[in-house]
Design a protein around this ligand. Sequence first.
Ligand SMILES: Nc1ncnc2c1ncn2[C@@H]1O[C@H](COP(=O)(O)OP(=O)(O)OP(=O)(O)O)[C@@H](O)[C@H]1O
Ligand SMILES: [Mg+2]
Length: 329
Amino acid sequence: MQTPMTKKLWAIGGGKGGVGKSVFTLGLAISLARLGKKLILVDADLGGANLHTLMGVRYPPHTLEDFLLKRMSRLEDIIIDTQIEGIGLICGADDILGAANPTYAQKLRILHQIEELPADLVLLDLGAGTSYNVLDFFNYSPGKICMLTSQATSLQNVYGFIKNSLYRQITREFAKDSLVLDLLMQTDVKNHGQGVESINDILLHLKEANSESFQHLLRLLKDFSIYLVVNMVKEEKDFQAGLIIEKVCASFLSLKTRVLGRLSYDPAVEGAVNQMMPFPLRQEKSQAARDLEKIAHLLLENCSLPQDSGMLSEAAGGSWSRFWRRTPA
Ligand SMILES: Nc1ncnc2c1ncn2[C@@H]1O[C@H](COP(=O)(O)OP(=O)(O)OP(=O)(O)O)[C@@H](O)[C@H]1O
Ligand SMILES: [Mg+2]
């Protein structure tokens, strides 16, 4: 029988910079380590690595650059010990894009080795934006978490991030299926008016035209499950941001996303960042620490999304849905 913990590798993304991806990755790791898990954190922000700073490491002895430039051949050898029991860290490097922008093959080399790392769980802290580097790391990870805040720009970016990663996955998996690629292109905002505006429309079309592709796309959508975490929640209405994204993804992408939890806005986080003190170390009673603990429990209990994947849903009405229709992503 499969254990509930089926996903070892988790990627934390979200498109927008500064929404708390790194703070959350570290906080989640500390909370999971307290529950007895062994973790390795990988700073996969290849443009602006700073996870080590949040962990109080000023000068990392090794970084991913050593591995990418083949100065070290085993990823395991660049793990550095941290001040937190049960957590190892693989540092990114600030200038890695200039030094060694990894090819797809190199990324696969990293990811294969990441899967083999000696840990219960591996968390990948992704950079901002929707570059192929970020999307490929995200798509490869069986566990996917997107961070967002209630700011309109974050909603826009997280939807764009989810859409771009899904489109990249479909494009990869259907690289030789010109019908699917053509339909996918038609959903582009600029081409609206041809009757194919959403993934749901593609499914309806394929159901008639090609049942094999239809089944394949259904499977892909079911497997592409994403958890959402809303950060910097100050009041209850901020949390609605996650529910809006759930609805929009179901309507336009036929994708089941689920809000895993929230992280309250907490000045203790900023204080910890400024002191280079890993949060929530020594801050167990703060609200954000309790939120993280809740999410850690949920993650362990509930590693896969439910089987029903919200396919073939009616496009939702309401003002937010009009907003998204206008939003090219
Ligand atoms: N829950 C929170 N409460 C208060 N402040 C927070 C919270 N979460 C994050 N912050 C603040 O936001 C800042 C940015 O967070 P973080 O570096 O994790 O963002 P990021 O999404 O990783 O950004 P980037 O994409 O640039 O890597 C932190 O330095 C911290 O000050
Ligand atoms: Mg970050």
